[in-house]
Design a protein around this ligand. Structure first.
Ligand SMILES: *Cc1c(COP(=O)(O)O)cnc(C)c1O
Length: 375
């Protein structure tokens, strides 16, 4: 018998409330019934994103919304700042260059985050937009979005934040901090399967959209706004996913957004304490609450570790990407999770390291995590 324990930084575990509605009979989307559903979901997303700005929803994985956040605000040759501290920051640069932008790419040492001072140094009058991650998932680094928003807010440039993995784990106050575009995806903190993406767009960003000349079609923000203003979508929406999202947004509401954030902080802290109790080192120098990256102990093969976890225990952790392949493993603490799930994750690490003959004090990780969880 196999049981799934999903600790990957997307997809995350989908709660039963959301799973069950996805199996309900299909209904047509050009109906009052759909508009009521969609209107409710968009309002719920606004509360999660802490914004009164327009929120647009796409049937796409998160990258679709990243693509749209470039294509809708820039023109050919525009200067943009894109922060590359890992795989997802690298993606900003790839999208920017694919559209023929003049990309000022800030390359970071993996494991570190960009500082407001660094952004300030690169900001010139020519810069149209600054692109960052709330959490760079590949390195488990959380970014000082508030500090960066303060710097960018003093200029004509807009700030675009990929919050796909950080959402509901690392704090993000869109309107209060003055973030112009926030990108969200469905399969992480929002706790539903992959396939939905969303953006929140500020007035300042709409000002750029009006002048932007890059080609776009499916992710055309203006077209989506016209529809969403009538609780509708320009193309066929992913009805099943939107239904599921209504359920998870209700769960977030019931739990409380602040409680979700506090829990993610507590869980990530417990995971970090557990790993350090085993003598393992953490990779991120400014750890996110969404995911924890842990260096494999000397001489132990990360790929084998991940494989044993998955095949023998049904536990999914993420491996490292690129140069970190086999060198780190990543444990997500996003979404549908409780104290016991966290203990399971750290116990699984002990279980497999033991099988791999790594020496440590048995029970040390569970004990350290439990101490923080029980309080
Ligand atoms: C998961 C993720 C994405 C989106 O990836 P998709 O595969 O397109 O859903 C983008 N940015 C970050 C930081 C992510 O963690």
């Amino acid at each position: 018998m196999k049981k799934e324990y999903l600790y990957s930084p997307g997809p995350t575990t989908v709660p039963p409330e959301a799973l069950s509605v996805m199996g309900a009979p299909m209904f047509h989307h050009r109906t009052a019934r759909f508009r009521a559903l969609f209107g409710e979901v968009v309002e719920g997303l606004k509360r999660v994103l802490q914004t009164g700005n327009d929120v647009l929803v796409f049937a796409a994985s998160g990258t679709g919304a990243m693509d749209g956040s470039v294509a809708n605000v820039c023109s050919l040759g525009d200067r943009v700042i894109m922060v590359n501290g890992g795989k997802f920051g690298e993606r900003w640069g790839q999208i920017g260059r694919a559209y023929g932008l003049d990309v000022d790419e800030i390359m970071l040492e993996w494991g570190t985050g960009v500082t407001p001072a660094q952004i300030k140094e690169h900001l010139t009058d020519q810069v149209k937009a600054v692109y960052i991650q709330l959490c760079e998932t590949s390195t488990a680094v959380a970014t000082d979005v508030q500090g960066i928003a303060e710097v960018v807010g003093k200029t004509d440039a807009i700030l675009v934040v990929d919050a796909i993995s950080g959402l509901l784990c690392d704090e993000l106050l869109t309107d209060q901090w003055g973030v112009d575009i926030v990108v969200a995806g469905s399969q992480k903190g929002l706790m539903i399967p992959p396939g939905l993406a969303a953006v929140a767009v500020s007035k300042k960003a709409w000002g750029l959209v009006k002048k932007a000349a890059l080609p776009r079609y499916y992710f055309d923000f203006v077209k989506h706004k016209k529809s969403v203003d009538k609780n509708d979508t320009p193309y066929t929406p992913a009805v099943s996913l939107i239904r599921a999202l209504r359920e998870t947004l209700a769960l977030v509401e019931a739990e409380g957004r602040d409680t979700m954030l506090a829990n993610a902080a507590k869980y990530a802290k417990a995971v970090r304490a557990g790993m350090e109790a085993l003598g393992l080192k953490l990779f991120s120098q400014s750890p996110s609450n969404a995911v924890t990256a842990v260096l494999m102990p000397e001489g132990a093969d990360g790929a084998e570790f991940i494989k044993i976890l998955r095949d023998k225990l049904g536990v999914t952790f993420a491996s490292g990407q690129e140069a970190l392949k086999g060198k780190i493993f990543r444990i997500a603490t996003m979404g549908y999770l409780n104290d016991f799930d966290v203990l399971t994750a750290v116990a699984a690490v002990e279980h497999v390291l033991r099988a791999m003959n790594v020496s440590f004090t048995p029970g040390a990780a569970v004990r350290a995590a439990q101490e923080l969880l029980v309080g």
